[in-house]
Ligand binder design. Structure first.
Ligand code: SF4
Length: 192
C-alpha cells in the first residue's frame, strides 16, 4: 500500500514522481523540478539502506524535510531487504545496477498506479553515484513501463542542496546505503 499522496490532486499534465534517496539530495532536486513547472510528488523506497535503523533515521529526516517543503511524500510499506539481497548476492560488483533497477522499477510502477506523467530520482544530483548508470537504468525502466523518465544532470548543485537542509538539524548519513558501502566507507576497501 502507498500512502501520502492525494490522488485527486494529481491531475496536472506535468506531474512528476521523484524517487528520493535522502532529504539532502531531495532539497534542490524538488526545487529544480518545481521550477520547471512540474507538480512534484515524492516517493520513499530504499531497501538498499542497511541496517534497518539507519533506514528509519534517513526516512525520518526525509519526512521532516517533506513537511517543511509542503511536499507530498509516499512511503512504500515494508522493507524489501530480502529482494535487494536476492538480486545482489553473488553479483556484488554489479550491485549498484541491481540497486537502481529495484528502486527505479518501483518508482515507475508507483508513478503509473498514481497517474503521474513521469518519474525521476534524486540520485542524479550526487557526484558520488554512478551517474551514467542511473541514466541508463532510468531510460530502460521507462521503456519497459511506458512512464517517461526525466533526466537532468544536477551534480553541480549538490552542495546547494545540502545547504538547503543544513539549518534543519536533520540526520545526515555517512555512507551510500548498503552494508557493502558502509564497509567501503569505514574500512577503506573496494569491493570488486
Ligand atoms: S553502493 Fe549505494 S547505489 Fe550501490 S548498491 Fe550500495 S546502496 Fe545501492
Amino acid at each position: 500500500m502507498i500512502n501520502g499522496l492525494d490522488k485527486a490532486k494529481i491531475t496536472d499534465v506535468k506531474s512528476l514522481l521523484v524517487h528520493c534517496c535522502c532529504a539532502h539530495c531531495a532539497a534542490y532536486t524538488v526545487d529544480y523540478w518545481r521550477g520547471q513547472g512540474y507538480e512534484v510528488g515524492a516517493l520513499w523506497y530504499n531497501p538498499n539502506i542497511h541496517p534497518y535503523m539507519e533506514h528509519q533515521q534517513r526516512l525520518e529526516a526525509m519526512q521532516e524535510y517533506a513537511r517543511g517543503a509542503n511536499l507530498p511524500l509516499s512511503v512504500v510499506d515494508g522493507y524489501d531487504i530480502i529482494d535487494y539481497f536476492r538480486r545482489v548476492a553473488g553479483n556484488e560488483a554489479q550491485r549498484c545496477r541491481h540497486c537502481f533497477e529495484l528502486r527505479l522499477g518501483k518508482t515507475a510502477e508507483v508513478a503509473a498506479e498514481q497517474g503521474f506523467n513521469a518519474f525521476t530520482t534524486t540520485l542524479l544530483i550526487s557526484p558520488h553515484q554512478k551517474h551514467d548508470l542511473i541514466r541508463e537504468v532510468g531510460h530502460r525502466v521507462s521503456e519497459a513501463s511506458g512512464v517517461a523518465f526525466l533526466y537532468a544532470d544536477l551534480r553541480k548543485r549538490y552542495s546547494d542542496s545540502r545547504h538547503i537542509t543544513k539549518g534543519l538539524g536533520i540526520y545526515r548519513q555517512q555512507y551510500c546505503g548498503c552494508v557493502y558501502s558502509e564497509w567501503e566507507r569505514y574500512a577503506d576497501v573496494k569491493i570488486e
